[in-house]
Design a protein around this ligand. Structure first.
Ligand SMILES: [Zn+2]
Length: 246
């Protein structure tokens, strides 16, 4: 996996998830993507807070094949991808595949990034919790010789181990981690990973692919927002063309 230089978080680019999906559709419809010919895949965190995106996505396109993934990181195993790709409807023309990838973060009413009060709870908790765990592991690295601390997982799921390894190079253990910046870095890792997986497949031979990555922001008592991070068209040669969704 390639390392990434974390983006500076830019929450001013946020719009509602619905508005984001409108803008995305406006850009890719002229490229031949429509509801009847487009298969969708999505990589988003298992956190229930993220699931509203699936409902909105289904409204515009259809329910997606799920690729992720704690923190939104897509699965690395080729079988998962091949299974999803095998579900693409047959077409006499080139098929269309839209892949959405999102990191996510909570935002408190006072603008504090990284926490949100969940339904039925009195105190805010971390969102994304998986990224919080990675930040915790970076700032409190496990001493292999030390007795096992039950608060620190002894064996990370592969996806989180990779996420920690990839993001960890950008953070000194002694420096507090900016949760907003880490969320955007995570979105970049998700984007990079999805393109690496697509590079290793030959789906571009039969399918035009758009990969759209962003950060989903959860607000208390309001609809989720989305910040686009990268949107890319992959053509029949696998060539990547960045798309601007404004
Ligand atoms: Zn999460």
């Amino acid at each position: 996996m390639n390392n990434v230089e974390p983006l500076k978080p830019n929450f001013t680019d946020a719009s509602s998830v619905r508005r984001y999906l409108y803008r995305l559709r406006d850009v890719i419809e002229p490229l031949g993507f429509n509801r009847s010919n487009t298969f969708t895949m999505a990589s988003l965190c298992r956190d229930e807070l993220t699931q509203s995106l699936l409902i909105e996505l289904a409204d515009f396109w259809r329910l997606p094949f799920i690729l992720g993934g704690l923190a939104g990181l897509p699965h690395y195993d080729i079988e998962t991808w091949q299974t999803g790709l095998s579900h693409i409807p047959e077409s006499v023309e080139r098929s269309k595949l839209l892949i959405i990838g999102t990191a996510h973060v909570g935002m408190a009413p006072d603008g504090t990034i990284g926490h949100i009060k969940r339904r039925g709870q009195n105190q805010p908790t971390i969102a994304c919790g998986a990224l919080g765990a990675v930040a915790q592991a970076i700032t409190n690295p496990v001493d292999e010789q030390a007795p096992v601390d039950p608060k620190i997982p002894s064996s990370w799921p592969t996806e989180l181990a990779v996420l920690q390894e990839t993001l960890g190079v950008h953070y000194a253990p002694t420096v507090p981690i900016d949760v907003g910046e880490m969320t955007f870095a995570c979105a970049q890792v998700i984007n990079t990973t999805m393109h690496e997986m697509l590079d290793s497949l030959t789906i571009h031979e039969t399918c035009d692919v758009v990969v759209a990555t962003g950060v989903q922001i959860h607000l208390e008592d309001d609809a989720d927002q989305m910040v686009p991070v990268a949107t890319t068209l992959r053509d029949e040669h696998g060539k990547q063309t960045p798309l601007s969704i404004g």
